[in-house]
Design a protein around this ligand. Structure first.
Ligand code: SF4
Length: 329
């Protein structure tokens, strides 16, 4: 099986944007590829370095969510980046040969600095985070990396680094990773901006039925549909976007038709979406609640996954050290 690597930064529990935008795909990938999934806690430090007190708690929440969502340690290796220090060493070694301009021109570097303007991100660690991502990928010689369009420049930089390393050392060690572009649905937040914990517009995978219903009621509809008798347009309605994620074809047709003909009201439509969402995440909520009582097993599984990952990572790093002439044992 070809090897795939994917990581996620711990920012707390998973919301629908994380699930439908990435994790649902991970669950499928683990049946088709040899998957290495990791919690990128060092990447969190690039933006949370001033107050890192929450990262541990966020990591635990995230691991529980991932297992409850269906990441299966029998099929995939789930590990914690900071438990495999080879990531840091490869990052350092690659940094010696990576031109500064390559990092400065990564488009998300400037975008993220603007997006997170309240944080001081003029740091060495933040500039270098795409290179840490390259190290993450190359340690496992992952052939495929599931990425969104916005991550393509990072992957292209990783391929350039592979070519540069091979040219400078004369040793061919790394696989040039290819993108695994999977169509993922656009998941807006309740207010139609991007779903994000920091915007306060997220619906979480473990939200209770009451929370889901309350959030459905707050979700933006077609702004032009002011009266119950006005026909609406589901294409500009966030509730309908959510229907597409959790409802079956029959309900989608009911909502589409009812909206366009003013045959249904928005409250009915929201209630139907909430009912389907409650059902969709029922199994997840049950599994998640079980994980809340099982911290010991959780830590054991993470340690086991990290050990498995480290075996692969240290074998790659050994070759890198040899190629760079700094292998002493
Ligand atoms: S009826 Fe449904 S799809 Fe139409 S605007 Fe209201 S909530 Fe949105």
């Amino acid at each position: 099986m070809e090897r795939v690597l994917a990581g996620i930064r711990p920012t707390g529990k998973l919301h629908w944007g994380n699930y439908f935008g990435a994790i649902q795909n991970w669950i499928k990938l683990q049946d088709q590829y040899e998957c290495f999934f990791f919690i990128a806690d060092w990447h969190s430090l690039t933006t949370e370095y001033a107050d890192s007190s929450k990262i541990r708690g966020w990591t635990i929440e995230l691991v529980k969510d991932l297992f409850a969502a269906g990441v299966d340690p029998e099929k995939a290796t789930l590990f914690l980046q900071s438990q495999v220090p080879e990531h840091a060493e490869l990052h350092l070694l690659l940094s010696m040969m990576t031109p500064l301009g390559w990092l400065e021109r990564v488009p998300t570097y400037k975008d993220m600095q603007q997006e997170l303007a309240s944080k001081e991100l003029n740091t060495y660690g933040f500039l270098g985070y795409p290179l840490l991502q390259s190290a993450d990928i190359l340690l496992y010689n992952a052939k495929k990396v599931p990425v969104g369009e916005d991550q393509l420049p990072h992957l292209e930089m990783t391929r350039e680094i592979v070519r540069r390393f091979h040219f400078l050392t004369g040793k061919s060690i790394f696989v040039e990773p290819q993108p695994l572009l999977t169509p993922t649905p656009r998941v807006p937040g309740m207010d139609r901006r991007k779903m994000s914990k920091s915007f306060g517009n997220a619906i979480y995978m473990d939200d209770s039925p009451e929370e889901i219903t309350a959030k459905a009621m707050q979700t933006l509809t077609d702004p032009a549909r002011k009266l119950r008798s006005d026909p609406g347009n589901p294409e500009v309605c966030t509730v309908y976007d959510f229907h597409k994620l959790v409802s079956d074809k029959k309900t989608l047709e009911w909502a589409d038709q009812g909206c366009r003909t003013a045959g249904i009201g928005c409250v009915d439509c929201k209630k139907a979406m909430a009912k389907n969402a409650i059902e969709f995440f029922k199994e997840f909520r049950e599994k998640r609640a079980a994980w809340d009582k099982n911290d010991k097993q959780l830590f054991e599984m993470i340690a086991e996954g990290s050990k498995r990952a480290q075996k692969v990572a240290s074998a790659t790093l050994q070759k890198v050290r040899e190629a760079m002439g700094i292998q002493w044992n």
